[in-house]
Design a protein around this ligand. Structure first.
Ligand SMILES: NC(=O)C1=CN([C@@H]2O[C@H](COP(=O)(O)OP(=O)(O)OC[C@H]3O[C@@H](n4cnc5c(N)ncnc54)[C@H](OP(=O)(O)O)[C@@H]3O)[C@@H](O)[C@H]2O)C=CC1
Ligand SMILES: CC(C)(CO)C(=O)C(=O)O
Length: 292
């Protein structure tokens, strides 16, 4: 029998903390990969869990990295310098897409896409919205990896997908149709249908469909809009992650969402003016607002 690898969860962010705690509750061995070595305690519901934090990979591991899109490249640069990365498996989760994913990620790496919602409140992690997740491999692996059941038991339900990029296109579209508008209108998700002009929304979706088609992927704009409306109804009271980041003056994932649609379209010789306008409007808002 092959030896089960221990888990190394990157950071103590919202999704990472939730996963670390849930794996620990399943009696899995879990360390955190932090920016400095320290022990950390994460509170969840009525219990508290203590983890060893390490800077590097100190044994072959199952690495779970739910990080912001702009943190993926620096994280992978760090990992590539560590000999034990070759013997480790990587499960990545981030919103949006990178322009050079095929170069950044290894064929044996995995994507985890989720509709769960979590946030940190002091040393507490809160599982704010119960959703579902999908796991699939970079190379379109057709069978689930050995660690699948550990992830599934930690945070169910988990579906295996041999075409995880389809799921990622849907998530990209939903985030492109929701997140920037919540910043522009400074509103919760549920207010968007009365604030966004349907024709403008349709153009944003059409540009995503056009890009996907250029990449050999057939999507349907009405289907994407219906998915966005469904997510809006399910998360009506939420402030989107982009609105939260904007208000806290943290970097936004915009360049990996609508910005990705613009630059990837340009690379295919096409334009995406509706997505470009959204990027310009948000960047203008960032540039002109009062400093905190
Ligand atoms: N939270 C949610 O409910 C959902 C989030 N998502 C998406 O999932 C991704 C992760 O989200 P979320 O958990 O909220 O993000 P957070 O910013 O809360 O967590 C990211 C964590 O990773 C850490 N990190 C990043 N790079 C490194 C590194 N090189 N070394 C050590 N630690 C590192 C960060 O540390 P530091 O703070 O020091 O940078 C931070 O603790 C995002 O793309 C988000 O859009 C998707 C669905 C739901
Ligand atoms: C689905 C949605 C829009 C929920 O708020 C989200 O993923 C986000 O805020 O980034």
């Amino acid at each position: 029998m092959t030896k089960q690898l221990p888990w190394l969860v990157v950071g103590q962010g919202a999704l990472g903390s939730l996963m670390a705690v849930q794996l620990a509750r399943q009696n899995q061995s879990v360390q955190l990969k932090l920016r400095q070595s320290q022990r950390v305690t994460i509170a969840y519901e009525q219990s508290s869990h203590s983890f060893t934090g390490t800077i590097g990979i100190n044994c072959p591991s199952l690495i779970f990295a739910a990080v912001k899109a702009y943190q993926v490249a620096p994280l992978l640069d760090e990992f590539r310098q560590q000999p034990l990365f070759d013997q480790s498996q990587l499960i990545l989760s981030y919103n949006g897409m990178l322009s050079n994913e095929a170069e950044q990620l290894r064929p044996q790496d995995w994507h985890w896409v989720t509709t769960h919602g979590a946030y940190r409140d002091g040393n507490q992690v809160v599982h704010g919205g119960h959703g579902e997740s999908w796991l699939g491999g970079m190379a379109g692996q057709t069978t689930p990896p050995a660690f699948f059941s550990q992830l599934e038991q930690a945070l169910p339900p988990l579906h295996f997908s041999s075409d995880i990029n389809l799921r990622r296109w849907y998530k990209l579209a939903v985030n492109c149709l929701i997140n920037p508008y919540t910043v522009i209108h400074q509103c919760r998700n549920g207010e968007l249908p009365e604030r966004v002009a349907p024709a403008e929304w349709r153009q944003v979706a059409d540009e995503i469909v056009q890009l996907a088609a250029a990449r050999g992927r057939q999507l349907d704009a009405e289907d994407l809009l219906a998915q966005a409306r469904r997510v809006i109804a399910q998360t009506a009271a939420n402030r989107s992650s982009m609105l939260q980041d904007y208000r806290l003056q943290r970097p936004l994932e915009l360049d990996y969402l609508n910005g990705f649609v613009v630059t990837a379209s340009a690379a295919e010789g096409m334009v995406a003016p509706a997505n470009q306008l959204l990027c310009e409007r948000i960047k203008a808002m960032q540039a002109t607002r009062d400093p905190q």
